[in-house]
Design a protein around this ligand. Sequence first.
Ligand code: HEC
Length: 138
Amino acid sequence: MSPSTPHRVAAARLRTALRTVDVAYGRPGSGKHRVAGRVLAVLAAVAVLGACGDGGGAPGSAVGATVFAERCAACHGADGSGAVGPPLTAEVITERFPDPDDQEAVVRAGVEGRMPAFGDVLSDAEIEAVVRYTREEL
Ligand code: HEC
């Protein structure tokens, strides 16, 4: 398994950033500057890695959490443990829907008389994000 391209690009940028910092602050005896520069470089690297958004963390996950809180929590519980609707916590839901597409289909179509359909209310990306949120983070 080789690291994904965005991560390789990010790693290259990080190396460049660290080198730049060494050039700018790295004179022998200027220890304080070196530490400050390293801190800046690490912060920059974190920002670059965060921007990759390959499902490991940030953007999609924030969308999923927001959609869940606004549209689903009232019936499925803020923590997904169930209320009027059944629990959607990761363990339960991945067992019930081994294929996430089947879970997305329920969210799109709703359940007659029991749960509203979200196919016309949420975008495909939002539906995908909220389904992934329940499977990976609840
Ligand atoms: C008005 C209440 C309500 C809202 C809002 C709601 N649900 Fe539901 N949901 C239900 C009920 C009730 C069921 C059980 C339906 C049945 O009898 O099969 C259900 C079932 C489900 C199921 C199938 C679970 C299973 O074990 O069969 C999924 C997946 C689901 N909901 C996801 C969501 C998501 C995601 C949202 C937000 C986008 C949401 N629901 C919003 C009430 C709601």
